[in-house]
Design a protein around this ligand. Structure first.
Ligand SMILES: Nc1ncnc2c1ncn2[C@@H]1O[C@H](COP(=O)(O)OP(=O)(O)OP(=O)(O)O)[C@@H](O)[C@H]1O
Length: 367
């Protein structure tokens, strides 16, 4: 059943990323009150100018404070959210051109290749159907030739694989007869049965007991290599993002107010963060700040998060950044940082020749 066993597709010979985001923007209009109906609506730039590639068998953990745009970026990556600017391509095909009927790869095929597991799997499992029937649906779509007994065999084998034993017992149950962790395993099985190229795990372990989180992350990573799929793992917790990226030999992407501010290999990014905001996240994560010996005062000038409707101009972190200088009123681009492959940062401090070093520090009044 592993995709590795399937004959190589035409795509394998090409040199393009599985998914490519180019300068992606997602703006949302905020709901207006009755008295504001004649005013221009407020716009939240949930994702702003993000460029990122997802390769085959890739692991990317997106991390950042609540509201920074992780979920929106994840959903845009898998074609669930239409960007208001920029492009998202799947195997070179513009996903939204395909949606509008203009493309070589049909939109339905793209959508079924890009799956999601939510924080609350219960809400996405039909309460009136047994697990066997819930899991039969994706097999009917991907392998319409499979008969009832073949479908049952595959479902039982997969339930066993995710630790739900005896599988015949679990297959007969309804979702409400499962624990949170078991429901999440069923959601994972359902996603895998679509033979996906990418699974977005959106805070998929956040609602689980702490003791189950590592087990679930290990399971996702084992299945990631067995099923030859990629994972985009969204978490507000840097230690979980680190675990997932490190054990999956992948990258961490740090988001701040709609921007991707640093992306790179987990050990590099956590051991030696290049962006002052990554440093803040590390400071705010108890087991990581202890390791780096930096507990104490937050490495920030202000604690409060700016209004996403009116984010700071230039570097969005400059109003809180302890290193901010006049030069930070300009927008820094995400650029290669140091020698480590794939380590990119959006901070002028990373360039020893940047005019940042000659500009004046920003004061409280000056920002
Ligand atoms: N459908 C929507 N309509 C209006 N605003 C939205 C919508 N979805 C998200 N937003 C806003 O976009 C911004 C980014 O939201 P998003 O859910 O992507 O962030 P997040 O980092 O995943 O946060 P959290 O961890 O709290 O889920 C927030 O300011 C949010 O309020």
């Amino acid at each position: 059943m592993s995709r590795a066993d399937e004959p190589s597709a035409e795509f394998d010979q090409r040199d393009e990323p599985l998914i490519s985001l180019e300068n992606v923007e997602v703006n949302f209009e905020k709901d207006q009150g009755l008295f504001d109906l004649f005013e221009e609506p407020d716009v939240v730039k949930a994702v702003d100018g993000v460029s990122l590639d997802i390769e085959e068998n890739d692991v990317l953990a997106l991390v950042g404070e609540s509201g920074c745009g992780k979920t929106t970026l994840g959903k845009t990556t898998i074609g669930l959210q239409r960007p208001t600017g920029g492009t998202v391509t799947y195997k070179g095909q513009d996903i939204w051109a395909a949606k509008d009927g203009d493309g070589e790869i049909p939109f339905d095929e793209i959508r079924s290749s890009l799956q999601i597991i939510h924080q609350d799997p219960g809400s996405s499992l039909n309460p009136n159907r047994r697990i066997l029937n819930i899991l039969a649906e994706p097999i009917k779509l991907t392998h319409p030739e499979a008969g009832t007994s073949e479908r049952r065999e595959r479902i039982h084998a997969l339930l066993e694989r995710v630790g739900m034993n005896p599988p015949s017992d679990f297959a007969d149950r309804y979702p409400h007869q499962l624990s949170g962790g078991e429901k999440q395993r069923v959601a994972l099985c359902r996603a895998l049965l679509m033979n996906p190229d990418v699974i977005l795990a959106d805070e998929a372990i956040s609602a689980l007991d702490v003791s189950l989180r590592v087990e679930m992350m290990d399971l996702m990573l084992d299945l990631q290599s067995e099923f030859d799929t990629s994972f985009v793992f969204v978490s507000h917790d840097l230690s979980n993002a680190r675990y997932f990226a490190e054990h999956g030999d992948g990258r961490i992407g740090v988001m701040y107010l709609g921007n991707l501010v640093e992306v790179g290999p987990a050990d590099q990014l956590i051991g030696d963060p290049s962006h002052p905001y990554t440093n803040v996240l590390r400071w705010a994560t108890p087991n990581l700040s202890r390791q780096s010996g930096e507990a104490g005062e937050p490495p920030m000038r202000r604690i409060d998060i700016p209004d996403p409707v009116n984010p700071p101009s230039g570097c969005r972190f400059h109003t809180r950044c302890p290193e901010a200088r006049e030069a930070c009123r300009e927008v820094p681009r995400l650029q290669q940082s140091g020698e480590a492959a794939g380590h990119r940062v959006a901070c002028f401090r990373d360039d020893p020749n940047h005019s940042y070093w000659d500009s004046d520090p920003l004061t409280e009044e000056g920002d």
